[in-house]
Design a protein around this ligand. Structure first.
Ligand SMILES: [Mn+2]
Length: 306
């Protein structure tokens, strides 16, 4: 598998992007880097960075608008603010390409609402779609990948579920639009993670993964496989069934854990659960899935635990 870790696991503890890259070079399994734009590029020389990356590869970057666009990114009612949000995403595309990446992830943290009578929904949806179309057309050589999250930062996010993400992809209607699925975000929405995976992957729109685990009521960012073994194993089975060849990025939050060990724990968990799926085999799991039988499914879970 292709694996990437989260820079902010290091940066939020006072270490630099270069410290994190050095740690990833020494990790057992990390192959790719995944940046946030612009925050991880502050003060960095791109040529210097490119030299430092080798022999790792770059998956891409996620655009971070943060608090400068509190009233909306692409649906901001202020046209100048909205324009600057789109421009930031376009700049992100340029930087992604420059450092050898291929996926630009867009999580619309500020496109949402709290109050009744706060939003003209049809108008805002149109602004969101048109903004994404503009970014897709600006960088047709890159994958533009939508990451949904049901709530946080807003009470309601406009792109809040797998279904809404697939609808958005239809509305945007560009060859380079797809999605990144975050396991915790899916649990927060009570979206069955593998259902979303199947919907996106079967249409060739699964561009990225944010793997982690949690209890579902918030973005827990816990180590992959720590809470929901069966859902994680099912997810890996469907990744293999759809021949996912992208990067597995671990979007986890080691606030109290040592960040190198925590990154390795994610890789080790993914590899171990994958080995259990492979031991039983895709054909045998598919035979059980096709039965639509709860007891057979539970017996498969017990078999995987062995
Ligand atoms: Mn994420």
């Amino acid at each position: 598998m292709n694996y990437a870790g989260r820079f902010n696991s290091f940066v939020f503890k006072g270490q630099t992007v270069y410290d994190a890259i050095d740690a990833y070079k020494n990790a057992n399994g990390i192959t790719h880097l995944e940046f946030n734009y612009p925050e991880h590029f502050a003060g960095l020389d791109l040529n210097d960075l490119k030299e430092h990356i080798h022999p790792l590869k770059v998956n891409g970057l996620a655009v971070r608008w943060r608090k400068n666009w509190l009233t909306g990114n692409f649906s901001n009612p202020d046209e100048d603010r909205r324009r600057s949000a789109i421009d930031l995403a376009k700049e992100g595309c340029d930087v992604c390409r420059e450092i050898g990446g291929s996926v630009v992830t867009l999580w619309f943290e500020n496109d949402g609402f709290e109050y009744a009578f706060q939003t003209d929904y049809e108008k805002c949806w149109k602004l969101l779609v048109e903004g994404i179309q503009e970014v897709c057309d600006y960088a047709p050589d890159l994958k533009i990948s939508i990451e949904y999250k049901p709530y946080e930062e807003r009470e309601f996010a406009m792109v809040d579920s797998t279904g809404m993400t697939m609808y958005l992809i239809d509305c945007v209607d560009r060859p380079n639009i797809g999605c990144t699925l975050d396991f915790c975000h899916m649990l927060m929405k009570h979206d069955e993670p593998s259902f979303g995976l199947a919907l996106a992957a079967s249409r060739g729109r699964l561009f990225g993964l944010h793997m982690n685990d949690g209890y579902g009521y918030k973005d827990s960012g816990m180590i992959f496989g720590s809470v929901n073994f069966s859902l994680c194993a099912e997810f890996i089975y469907f990744l293999e069934r759809y021949h996912y060849e992208g990067v597995v990025f671990f979007d986890t939050f080691p606030i109290r854990e040592e960040c190198r060990a925590e990154c390795q724990a994610n890789i080790d968990a993914f590899e171990l659960i994958k080995s259990k799926v492979d031991r039983v085999g895709l054909d045998e799991i598919t035979r059980i899935v096709d039965q639509h039988d709860g007891i057979a499914a539970q017996n498969l879970i017990l078999e995987l635990l062995k």
